[in-house]
Design a protein around this ligand. Structure first.
Ligand code: SF4
Length: 427
Protein backbone atom coordinates (compact mmCIF):
# COMPACT_ATOMS: atom_id res chain seq x y z
CA UNK A 1 0.00 0.00 0.00
CA UNK A 2 1.18 3.53 -0.77
CA UNK A 3 0.36 6.37 1.58
CA UNK A 4 0.64 10.15 1.71
CA UNK A 5 0.63 11.78 5.12
CA UNK A 6 0.33 15.33 6.48
CA UNK A 7 0.69 16.70 9.98
CA UNK A 8 -0.66 19.87 11.49
CA UNK A 9 0.14 21.37 14.85
CA UNK A 10 2.64 20.81 17.59
CA UNK A 11 5.80 18.77 18.06
CA UNK A 12 3.80 16.02 19.75
CA UNK A 13 1.65 15.61 16.64
CA UNK A 14 4.80 15.54 14.51
CA UNK A 15 6.27 12.91 16.82
CA UNK A 16 3.11 10.84 16.57
CA UNK A 17 3.12 11.08 12.78
CA UNK A 18 6.69 9.79 12.61
CA UNK A 19 5.61 6.93 14.91
CA UNK A 20 2.64 6.15 12.60
CA UNK A 21 4.98 6.23 9.61
CA UNK A 22 7.44 3.98 11.39
CA UNK A 23 4.66 1.46 12.01
CA UNK A 24 3.44 1.69 8.39
CA UNK A 25 6.92 1.21 6.97
CA UNK A 26 7.60 -1.71 9.31
CA UNK A 27 4.55 -3.38 7.74
CA UNK A 28 5.91 -2.87 4.23
CA UNK A 29 3.93 0.23 3.20
CA UNK A 30 5.65 3.05 1.33
CA UNK A 31 5.24 6.81 1.21
CA UNK A 32 4.41 8.53 -2.07
CA UNK A 33 4.06 12.11 -3.23
CA UNK A 34 3.17 11.14 -6.80
CA UNK A 35 -0.62 11.43 -6.54
CA UNK A 36 -0.94 7.62 -6.53
CA UNK A 37 -1.56 7.02 -2.81
CA UNK A 38 -3.95 4.25 -1.78
CA UNK A 39 -4.44 5.96 1.55
CA UNK A 40 -4.13 9.60 2.55
CA UNK A 41 -3.63 10.32 6.23
CA UNK A 42 -3.99 13.62 8.06
CA UNK A 43 -2.92 14.02 11.70
CA UNK A 44 -5.04 17.04 12.60
CA UNK A 45 -4.76 19.91 15.06
CA UNK A 46 -7.41 21.82 16.99
CA UNK A 47 -5.37 24.33 18.95
CA UNK A 48 -7.08 27.25 17.17
CA UNK A 49 -10.08 27.56 14.86
CA UNK A 50 -7.53 28.24 12.11
CA UNK A 51 -5.75 24.92 12.79
CA UNK A 52 -9.10 23.19 12.36
CA UNK A 53 -9.62 24.95 9.04
CA UNK A 54 -6.14 23.98 7.85
CA UNK A 55 -6.77 20.38 8.93
CA UNK A 56 -9.94 20.22 6.81
CA UNK A 57 -8.13 21.82 3.89
CA UNK A 58 -5.33 19.23 4.12
CA UNK A 59 -7.85 16.37 3.86
CA UNK A 60 -9.58 17.96 0.85
CA UNK A 61 -6.31 18.69 -0.92
CA UNK A 62 -4.87 15.21 -0.39
CA UNK A 63 -8.08 13.60 -1.63
CA UNK A 64 -8.14 15.72 -4.76
CA UNK A 65 -4.43 15.05 -5.42
CA UNK A 66 -4.90 11.30 -4.91
CA UNK A 67 -8.22 10.39 -6.59
CA UNK A 68 -9.82 7.22 -5.26
CA UNK A 69 -7.65 7.08 -2.14
CA UNK A 70 -9.05 6.13 1.26
CA UNK A 71 -8.89 9.09 3.65
CA UNK A 72 -7.90 8.43 7.26
CA UNK A 73 -7.90 11.15 9.86
CA UNK A 74 -6.62 11.26 13.43
CA UNK A 75 -5.50 13.87 15.95
CA UNK A 76 -7.03 16.58 18.11
CA UNK A 77 -9.39 18.07 15.51
CA UNK A 78 -11.03 14.75 14.62
CA UNK A 79 -11.12 13.89 18.33
CA UNK A 80 -13.27 16.96 18.96
CA UNK A 81 -15.17 17.12 15.64
CA UNK A 82 -15.40 13.57 14.22
CA UNK A 83 -18.59 14.42 12.26
CA UNK A 84 -16.73 17.15 10.38
CA UNK A 85 -13.96 14.70 9.50
CA UNK A 86 -16.52 12.20 8.18
CA UNK A 87 -18.31 14.91 6.20
CA UNK A 88 -15.03 15.55 4.39
CA UNK A 89 -15.09 11.96 3.17
CA UNK A 90 -12.77 10.36 5.74
CA UNK A 91 -13.41 6.63 5.98
CA UNK A 92 -11.22 6.10 9.03
CA UNK A 93 -11.82 8.62 11.81
CA UNK A 94 -9.77 8.29 14.98
CA UNK A 95 -8.91 10.84 17.64
CA UNK A 96 -5.77 11.68 19.57
CA UNK A 97 -5.23 8.22 21.08
CA UNK A 98 -4.69 4.60 20.09
CA UNK A 99 -2.26 5.10 17.23
CA UNK A 100 -1.54 1.36 16.95
CA UNK A 101 -5.24 0.58 16.37
CA UNK A 102 -5.38 3.51 13.92
CA UNK A 103 -2.67 1.90 11.79
CA UNK A 104 -4.61 -1.41 11.85
CA UNK A 105 -7.77 0.46 10.78
CA UNK A 106 -5.88 2.19 7.94
CA UNK A 107 -4.75 -1.19 6.63
CA UNK A 108 -8.26 -2.65 6.85
CA UNK A 109 -9.78 0.34 5.09
CA UNK A 110 -7.21 0.14 2.29
CA UNK A 111 -7.78 -3.58 1.81
CA UNK A 112 -11.55 -3.79 2.23
CA UNK A 113 -12.79 -0.17 2.13
CA UNK A 114 -14.06 -0.78 5.62
CA UNK A 115 -15.25 2.43 7.31
CA UNK A 116 -14.27 2.87 10.91
CA UNK A 117 -14.84 5.58 13.47
CA UNK A 118 -13.31 5.26 16.93
CA UNK A 119 -13.41 8.23 19.26
CA UNK A 120 -12.84 7.44 22.91
CA UNK A 121 -13.30 9.64 25.97
CA UNK A 122 -9.80 11.09 26.47
CA UNK A 123 -10.46 11.60 30.19
CA UNK A 124 -10.67 7.83 30.55
CA UNK A 125 -7.16 7.29 29.23
CA UNK A 126 -5.06 6.21 32.18
CA UNK A 127 -1.69 5.36 30.69
CA UNK A 128 0.61 6.65 28.01
CA UNK A 129 0.48 4.69 24.77
CA UNK A 130 4.02 3.47 24.03
CA UNK A 131 5.10 4.67 20.60
CA UNK A 132 8.46 4.27 18.89
CA UNK A 133 10.68 7.36 19.34
CA UNK A 134 12.69 8.46 16.38
CA UNK A 135 14.12 11.15 14.16
CA UNK A 136 12.19 14.26 13.23
CA UNK A 137 14.37 16.47 11.03
CA UNK A 138 17.19 14.62 9.28
CA UNK A 139 18.65 11.81 11.34
CA UNK A 140 20.53 13.72 13.97
CA UNK A 141 17.98 14.60 16.64
CA UNK A 142 15.47 12.18 18.11
CA UNK A 143 12.24 13.15 19.79
CA UNK A 144 10.99 11.31 22.80
CA UNK A 145 7.45 11.80 24.03
CA UNK A 146 7.45 11.23 27.78
CA UNK A 147 3.99 12.57 28.58
CA UNK A 148 0.54 13.19 27.12
CA UNK A 149 -2.45 15.21 28.33
CA UNK A 150 -2.81 18.29 30.48
CA UNK A 151 -4.69 19.11 33.69
CA UNK A 152 -4.20 22.86 33.62
CA UNK A 153 -7.28 24.01 31.70
CA UNK A 154 -5.92 27.42 30.71
CA UNK A 155 -8.83 29.61 29.64
CA UNK A 156 -7.86 29.80 25.95
CA UNK A 157 -6.85 26.18 25.40
CA UNK A 158 -8.87 23.22 24.12
CA UNK A 159 -6.06 20.68 24.46
CA UNK A 160 -7.13 19.10 27.79
CA UNK A 161 -10.50 18.22 26.18
CA UNK A 162 -8.74 16.67 23.18
CA UNK A 163 -5.94 14.86 25.01
CA UNK A 164 -7.28 14.10 28.46
CA UNK A 165 -5.40 14.09 31.75
CA UNK A 166 -1.67 13.82 32.35
CA UNK A 167 -0.18 10.40 31.62
CA UNK A 168 3.56 9.86 31.96
CA UNK A 169 6.07 7.37 30.66
CA UNK A 170 7.51 5.26 33.51
CA UNK A 171 11.09 6.25 34.40
CA UNK A 172 12.48 2.83 33.51
CA UNK A 173 10.89 3.03 30.03
CA UNK A 174 12.28 6.54 29.53
CA UNK A 175 15.77 5.31 30.42
CA UNK A 176 15.46 2.26 28.15
CA UNK A 177 14.26 4.43 25.24
CA UNK A 178 17.16 6.85 25.75
CA UNK A 179 19.67 3.98 25.78
CA UNK A 180 18.21 2.70 22.52
CA UNK A 181 18.35 6.13 20.86
CA UNK A 182 21.99 6.55 21.85
CA UNK A 183 22.79 3.07 20.51
CA UNK A 184 21.12 4.05 17.21
CA UNK A 185 23.60 6.90 16.92
CA UNK A 186 21.51 9.93 17.80
CA UNK A 187 23.44 12.76 19.40
CA UNK A 188 20.53 14.79 20.69
CA UNK A 189 17.31 13.78 22.40
CA UNK A 190 14.48 16.30 22.50
CA UNK A 191 12.18 15.55 25.41
CA UNK A 192 8.62 16.46 24.55
CA UNK A 193 5.03 16.06 25.64
CA UNK A 194 1.86 18.11 25.82
CA UNK A 195 2.75 19.51 29.25
CA UNK A 196 6.02 17.92 30.39
CA UNK A 197 6.20 20.07 33.53
CA UNK A 198 3.38 17.91 34.91
CA UNK A 199 5.38 14.73 34.26
CA UNK A 200 4.80 12.19 37.02
CA UNK A 201 1.63 13.74 38.48
CA UNK A 202 -0.22 10.56 37.59
CA UNK A 203 2.27 8.31 39.41
CA UNK A 204 1.82 9.90 42.81
CA UNK A 205 5.17 8.50 43.90
CA UNK A 206 6.97 11.84 43.99
CA UNK A 207 8.71 11.39 40.63
CA UNK A 208 8.75 14.57 38.57
CA UNK A 209 10.26 16.07 35.44
CA UNK A 210 13.76 16.39 36.94
CA UNK A 211 13.72 12.63 37.61
CA UNK A 212 12.68 11.90 34.03
CA UNK A 213 15.44 14.13 32.64
CA UNK A 214 17.96 12.52 35.01
CA UNK A 215 16.88 9.05 33.82
CA UNK A 216 17.20 10.05 30.15
CA UNK A 217 20.45 12.02 30.46
CA UNK A 218 22.02 9.30 32.61
CA UNK A 219 21.02 6.51 30.21
CA UNK A 220 22.36 8.40 27.17
CA UNK A 221 25.50 10.22 28.39
CA UNK A 222 26.83 10.70 24.83
CA UNK A 223 23.65 12.51 23.78
CA UNK A 224 22.80 16.06 24.65
CA UNK A 225 19.30 16.44 26.04
CA UNK A 226 17.05 19.33 25.06
CA UNK A 227 13.88 20.09 26.98
CA UNK A 228 10.55 20.92 25.38
CA UNK A 229 8.29 23.72 26.58
CA UNK A 230 8.31 24.28 30.35
CA UNK A 231 5.81 25.90 32.68
CA UNK A 232 7.63 28.46 34.86
CA UNK A 233 6.17 26.87 37.98
CA UNK A 234 8.39 23.78 37.59
CA UNK A 235 11.60 25.81 37.32
CA UNK A 236 12.90 26.09 40.89
CA UNK A 237 16.54 26.54 42.00
CA UNK A 238 16.57 22.86 42.97
CA UNK A 239 15.22 21.81 39.55
CA UNK A 240 17.94 23.88 37.84
CA UNK A 241 20.69 22.49 40.09
CA UNK A 242 19.62 18.91 39.35
CA UNK A 243 19.64 19.56 35.59
CA UNK A 244 23.05 21.28 35.70
CA UNK A 245 24.58 18.37 37.62
CA UNK A 246 23.72 16.02 34.76
CA UNK A 247 26.22 17.76 32.48
CA UNK A 248 24.47 17.00 29.18
CA UNK A 249 21.33 19.14 29.37
CA UNK A 250 21.28 21.88 26.71
CA UNK A 251 21.34 25.46 28.06
CA UNK A 252 18.17 26.31 26.13
CA UNK A 253 14.85 26.59 27.90
CA UNK A 254 11.53 27.33 26.28
CA UNK A 255 9.19 28.84 28.84
CA UNK A 256 5.52 29.24 28.28
CA UNK A 257 5.00 32.97 28.99
CA UNK A 258 1.74 33.88 27.13
CA UNK A 259 1.53 37.35 28.71
CA UNK A 260 3.78 39.67 30.68
CA UNK A 261 0.90 41.27 32.56
CA UNK A 262 -0.45 39.86 35.84
CA UNK A 263 -4.05 40.81 35.13
CA UNK A 264 -4.02 39.01 31.77
CA UNK A 265 -2.19 35.98 33.19
CA UNK A 266 -4.89 35.65 35.85
CA UNK A 267 -7.65 35.95 33.22
CA UNK A 268 -5.88 33.27 31.19
CA UNK A 269 -5.88 31.08 34.32
CA UNK A 270 -2.14 30.63 34.10
CA UNK A 271 -0.64 29.43 37.35
CA UNK A 272 2.08 32.08 37.80
CA UNK A 273 2.48 35.83 37.72
CA UNK A 274 5.31 37.97 36.36
CA UNK A 275 7.20 37.71 39.60
CA UNK A 276 7.04 33.93 39.54
CA UNK A 277 8.24 33.95 35.94
CA UNK A 278 11.10 36.28 36.89
CA UNK A 279 12.15 33.88 39.67
CA UNK A 280 12.24 31.00 37.19
CA UNK A 281 14.37 33.06 34.80
CA UNK A 282 16.78 34.07 37.58
CA UNK A 283 17.17 30.47 38.70
CA UNK A 284 17.95 29.35 35.14
CA UNK A 285 20.43 32.17 34.50
CA UNK A 286 22.24 31.59 37.78
CA UNK A 287 22.71 27.88 36.99
CA UNK A 288 23.15 28.13 33.21
CA UNK A 289 24.85 31.49 32.55
CA UNK A 290 24.21 32.71 29.01
CA UNK A 291 21.48 30.14 28.38
CA UNK A 292 18.92 30.82 25.66
CA UNK A 293 15.47 31.59 27.03
CA UNK A 294 12.71 31.37 24.44
CA UNK A 295 8.97 31.84 24.96
CA UNK A 296 5.46 31.85 23.52
CA UNK A 297 3.23 34.90 23.70
CA UNK A 298 -0.45 35.50 22.95
CA UNK A 299 -1.50 39.05 22.09
CA UNK A 300 -5.01 40.50 22.36
CA UNK A 301 -6.49 38.08 24.90
CA UNK A 302 -10.07 39.15 25.82
CA UNK A 303 -9.94 42.21 28.07
CA UNK A 304 -6.25 42.98 27.40
CA UNK A 305 -5.99 46.79 27.48
CA UNK A 306 -3.38 48.89 25.74
CA UNK A 307 -1.76 49.45 29.17
CA UNK A 308 -1.71 45.65 29.81
CA UNK A 309 -0.07 45.10 26.46
CA UNK A 310 2.49 47.84 27.12
CA UNK A 311 3.45 46.12 30.36
CA UNK A 312 3.91 42.87 28.42
CA UNK A 313 6.28 44.65 26.02
CA UNK A 314 8.23 46.05 28.97
CA UNK A 315 8.42 42.55 30.45
CA UNK A 316 9.81 41.09 27.19
CA UNK A 317 12.56 43.72 27.26
CA UNK A 318 13.27 43.11 30.93
CA UNK A 319 13.76 39.36 30.41
CA UNK A 320 15.56 39.65 27.07
CA UNK A 321 14.33 36.50 25.33
CA UNK A 322 16.59 34.86 22.75
CA UNK A 323 13.61 34.10 20.47
CA UNK A 324 9.83 34.12 20.69
CA UNK A 325 6.75 32.67 19.05
CA UNK A 326 4.08 35.38 19.00
CA UNK A 327 0.44 34.55 18.20
CA UNK A 328 -2.58 36.85 18.03
CA UNK A 329 -5.28 35.38 20.28
CA UNK A 330 -7.64 33.18 18.32
CA UNK A 331 -11.05 32.15 19.67
CA UNK A 332 -11.41 28.42 20.21
CA UNK A 333 -15.06 27.41 20.62
CA UNK A 334 -15.58 25.27 23.71
CA UNK A 335 -13.04 27.14 25.85
CA UNK A 336 -13.75 29.50 28.74
CA UNK A 337 -12.09 32.39 26.92
CA UNK A 338 -14.44 32.04 23.93
CA UNK A 339 -17.33 33.17 26.16
CA UNK A 340 -15.45 36.04 27.82
CA UNK A 341 -16.59 39.63 27.34
CA UNK A 342 -14.31 42.26 25.80
CA UNK A 343 -13.16 40.21 22.82
CA UNK A 344 -10.81 42.42 20.81
CA UNK A 345 -11.09 43.13 17.09
CA UNK A 346 -8.83 41.00 14.92
CA UNK A 347 -6.98 44.10 13.69
CA UNK A 348 -6.00 45.01 17.28
CA UNK A 349 -4.85 41.48 18.10
CA UNK A 350 -2.77 41.33 14.91
CA UNK A 351 -1.31 44.82 15.32
CA UNK A 352 -0.19 43.92 18.84
CA UNK A 353 1.32 40.67 17.55
CA UNK A 354 3.35 42.68 15.03
CA UNK A 355 4.54 45.09 17.71
CA UNK A 356 5.49 42.25 20.06
CA UNK A 357 7.27 40.46 17.20
CA UNK A 358 9.28 43.61 16.45
CA UNK A 359 10.47 43.70 20.08
CA UNK A 360 11.18 39.95 19.96
CA UNK A 361 13.26 40.42 16.77
CA UNK A 362 15.33 43.16 18.43
CA UNK A 363 15.97 40.94 21.45
CA UNK A 364 16.85 37.99 19.25
CA UNK A 365 19.35 40.09 17.36
CA UNK A 366 20.95 41.18 20.65
CA UNK A 367 21.21 37.56 21.84
CA UNK A 368 22.76 36.44 18.54
CA UNK A 369 25.26 39.33 18.58
CA UNK A 370 26.34 38.26 22.07
CA UNK A 371 27.47 34.95 20.52
CA UNK A 372 30.12 36.63 18.35
CA UNK A 373 33.59 35.53 19.42
CA UNK A 374 32.20 32.63 21.52
CA UNK A 375 32.83 28.95 20.85
CA UNK A 376 29.69 26.85 20.54
CA UNK A 377 29.12 23.15 20.20
CA UNK A 378 27.12 22.58 17.01
CA UNK A 379 25.29 19.46 15.89
CA UNK A 380 25.38 19.68 12.09
CA UNK A 381 22.24 18.58 10.28
CA UNK A 382 22.03 19.72 6.66
CA UNK A 383 24.10 21.22 3.86
CA UNK A 384 22.89 24.30 2.02
CA UNK A 385 24.67 26.44 -0.56
CA UNK A 386 28.00 24.79 0.21
CA UNK A 387 27.77 25.42 3.96
CA UNK A 388 26.83 23.01 6.72
CA UNK A 389 24.23 24.11 9.19
CA UNK A 390 23.08 22.91 12.55
CA UNK A 391 22.05 24.03 15.99
CA UNK A 392 24.29 25.01 18.85
CA UNK A 393 23.66 23.74 22.36
CA UNK A 394 21.82 27.04 23.01
CA UNK A 395 19.71 26.51 19.87
CA UNK A 396 21.18 29.12 17.54
CA UNK A 397 21.32 28.16 13.87
CA UNK A 398 25.00 28.08 12.91
CA UNK A 399 26.49 27.79 9.41
CA UNK A 400 30.06 26.75 8.75
CA UNK A 401 32.32 25.38 6.03
CA UNK A 402 33.58 21.84 6.27
CA UNK A 403 33.85 18.38 4.79
CA UNK A 404 30.89 16.08 5.42
CA UNK A 405 29.72 17.28 8.83
CA UNK A 406 26.31 15.62 8.78
CA UNK A 407 25.41 14.23 12.19
CA UNK A 408 28.62 15.41 13.82
CA UNK A 409 29.06 17.68 16.80
CA UNK A 410 31.91 20.18 16.36
CA UNK A 411 33.19 23.13 18.33
CA UNK A 412 32.65 26.23 16.25
CA UNK A 413 34.05 29.70 16.79
CA UNK A 414 31.31 32.23 15.98
CA UNK A 415 32.65 34.92 13.66
CA UNK A 416 29.63 36.50 12.01
CA UNK A 417 25.90 37.02 11.82
CA UNK A 418 23.82 36.86 8.62
CA UNK A 419 20.18 37.67 9.30
CA UNK A 420 19.24 35.19 12.01
CA UNK A 421 22.04 32.74 11.23
CA UNK A 422 25.39 32.67 12.97
CA UNK A 423 28.45 32.01 10.85
CA UNK A 424 31.35 30.12 12.35
CA UNK A 425 34.66 28.36 11.85
CA UNK A 426 34.88 24.73 12.86
CA UNK A 427 37.77 24.19 15.27
S1 SF4 B 1 -0.72 24.18 30.00
FE1 SF4 B 1 -2.48 25.40 29.35
S2 SF4 B 1 -1.93 25.98 27.25
FE2 SF4 B 1 -0.62 24.26 27.75
S3 SF4 B 1 -1.74 22.42 26.97
FE3 SF4 B 1 -2.29 22.73 29.16
S4 SF4 B 1 -4.17 23.91 29.10
FE4 SF4 B 1 -3.21 24.13 27.09
Amino acid sequence: MKYAIRTLGCKVNQFETQAIEKLLRARGHAPTEGGDADVVIVNTCAVTAESGRKSRQAVRRLLSDNPGAVAAVCGCYSQLSPEDAEALGAEVVYGSGDRMAFVDAVERAAAERQRERKIDDPFRRLTLEPLPAGPMEGRTRAYMKIEDGCDNFCAYCIIPYARGRVRSMPLADAAAEATRLQAEGFLEIVVSGIEISSYGKDFQNGAGLADAIAAIAGAAPRCRVRLGSLEPTVVTPDFCRRLAELGNVCPHFHLSLQSGCDRTLAAMRRKYDCDGFRRAVNALRETFPGCALTADLITGFPGETEADFESTLAFLREIGFAAMHVFPYSVRPGTRAAGMPDQLPRAVKEARARRAQAVADELEDAYLRAQLGETRSVLFETEQDGLWQGHSENYCLVRAEGEDLHGLIRNVKIIGLEGKNLVGLTL
